[in-house]
Design a protein around this ligand. Structure first.
Ligand code: ADP
Ligand code: MG
Length: 341
C-alpha cells in the first residue's frame, strides 16, 4: 500500500511565499510511485484547503483563486487520519515553531522534522542561546531586550548594548526567519530604529555583536544517529544576508563545498551533529555557522528545523553534493518521520 503524505504549504508566517516555493519543489520531486500525495495549502489567515490543481499555481499564489481545484476543510485530512504522514513544508511561526508538530502529535500522525520541543527551541534564537551556552557551544555575545521593559527604560538597554557589544550589532526578533525584521546597526540611531522594527515582529528581541564572518552551513539528517552533509558557504550579495539578498538578488552565491581545509571541514561537520543532538533534533535541521574571517573561530548562528527546500536551497543542495539526490532525500525524511512515530 502506498503511503499517503500531506504536503502542507503557505502558512500564517512572514515566510508564506518562501514556503510555497519550497513546497513546489517537494511536490515536483516526490516519488509518486511510492506515495499518494495530498497538497494542502494554508492561507495567511489560517484556512486549510486541499489543492488538486496544477502544482505550478502554488509558487505564484494563483492556487488561492483556483476555486475549482481548491477544496475546503483541508484540515480534515489530518483530523480524520486520511493521511499517514505530514510533511509541513512551512517556514517560521505556526509551521516550524512546534505548534504544527504538536498538532500532529495530538493526532498521532508522524511529522517530518524535529518534534515539539526542538522545533520550539530552534525557532527562538534566545532560547537556543540559553540552552547551548551551557554546553560550551561558542555563540556571538548578546543582549536580550523585551518589549515591556524596553518601553519603561530604553536607555538602560541601549547603554548595555553599547558597552557589552558595541557596533556594528545585529538586531533580531527572537522568532525571526528569512531575515524579516533583522537589521544591522552601526550607531545609536540605527540601533533604536532597529529595536523598534524588531519589536514590531516580536515581544522579545536578540541583539548580537556583529561578527566579521563567513557564513557556513551544514545539513544534518537522521534520528538517533544523525549524519552531516559536507558544508556549504553563502556569499551574500549585500552587507548581510537579508531577505532581498536571499530571495531576490541573483548575485548572492552559494559555494558547495565551502572553502575550508579538511580539518576545518571535519570540525564544522562534527559541531553541527553535536549541536543537533544537544537540541534533541530529529529528521532534519540546517545548522548555520558564522566563521570569523580573521581568527577562524566557529560560532553557531542558528538552527533551522524546516530549512528552505527549493531545488536551489542549501539544505537539498548540500545533500546532493554529499551523494543524496533530492528525491531520495524526501524518501529518507518520510522514513525518518515514520520511524520516530
Ligand atoms: N552576529 C552576527 N554577525 C554577523 N552577521 C550576522 C550576525 N547575525 C546575523 N547575521 C547576518 O544576518 C543574516 C540573518 O540572520 P539570522 O540570524 O540567520 O536570521 P534568520 O533566521 O532570519 O535567517 C545572517 O545570514 C547573516 O548574514
Ligand atoms: Mg539565517
Amino acid at each position: 500500500m502506498k503511503k499517503k503524505i500531506a504536503i502542507l504549504f503557505g502558512g500564517q508566517s512572514t515566510e508564506h511565499e518562501v514556503s510555497r516555493v519550497s513546497a513546489t519543489s517537494v511536490l515536483k520531486n516526490i516519488d509518486n510511485d511510492k506515495y499518494v500525495v495530498y497538497p494542502i495549502g494554508i492561507t495567511k489567515d489560517g484556512q486549510w484547503f486541499q489543492y488538486k490543481g496544477n502544482v505550478d499555481n502554488i509558487g505564484s499564489g494563483k492556487w488561492e483563486s483556483d476555486s475549482e481545484n481548491k477544496i475546503e476543510g483541508g484540515i480534515n485530512l489530518l483530523l480524520n487520519k486520511e493521511v499517514d504522514v505530514v510533511f509541513p513544508v512551512l517556514h517560521g511561526m505556526y509551521g516550524e515553531d512546534g505548534t504544527m508538530q504538536g498538532f500532529c502529535k495530538l493526532m498521532n500522525l508522524p511529522c517530518v522534522g524535529p518534534s515539539v520541543m526542538s522545533s520550539a527551541v530552534c525557532m527562538d534564537k534566545v532560547y537556543t542561546k540559553y540552552l547551548l551556552e551551557h554546553e560550551g557551544i561558542k555563540q556571538a555575545d548578546y543582549v536580550v531586550v523585551n518589549a515591556f521593559d524596553y518601553s519603561k527604560d530604553t536607555k538602560q538597554f541601549t547603554d548595555a548594548i553599547e558597552s557589552k557589544l558595541g557596533y556594528p550589532c545585529f538586531v533580531k526578533p527572537a522568532n525571526s526567519g528569512s531575515s524579516v525584521g533583522i537589521t544591522k546597526a552601526h550607531n545609536l540611531s540605527e540601533l533604536k530604529n532597529g529595536l523598534e522594527e524588531a519589536l514590531k515582529h516580536d515581544r522579545k528581541v536578540l541583539v548580537e555583536v556583529g561578527l566579521n564572518a563567513r557564513e557556513i552551513e551544514v545539513a544534518v539528517l537522521g534520528n538517533d544517529d544523525p549524519k552531516a552533509s559536507i558544508a556549504g558557504e553563502i556569499i551574500p550579495a549585500k552587507e548581510f544576508y537579508d531577505y532581498e539578498a536571499k530571495y531576490q538578488n541573483a548575485s548572492s552565491k552559494l559555494l558547495i563545498p565551502a572553502a575550508l581545509n579538511d580539518e576545518e571541514m571535519k570540525h564544522i561537520r562534527e559541531q553541527a551533529v553535536k549541536i543537533y543532538k544537544k537540541l534533541d533534533c530529529a529528521g532534519m535541521a540546517r545548522v548555520d555557522f558564522l566563521v570569523d574571517k580573521e581568527t577562524g573561530e566557529v560560532y553557531l548562528n542558528e538552527v533551522n528545523t524546516l530549512p528552505g527546500f527549493t531545488s536551489i536551497s542549501m539544505y537539498p543542495k548540500m545533500w546532493e553534493a554529499s551523494g543524496l539526490p533530492y528525491n531520495e532525500l524526501i524518501n529518507e525524511l518520510i522514513e525518518l518521520a515514520i520511524e520516530r512515530g
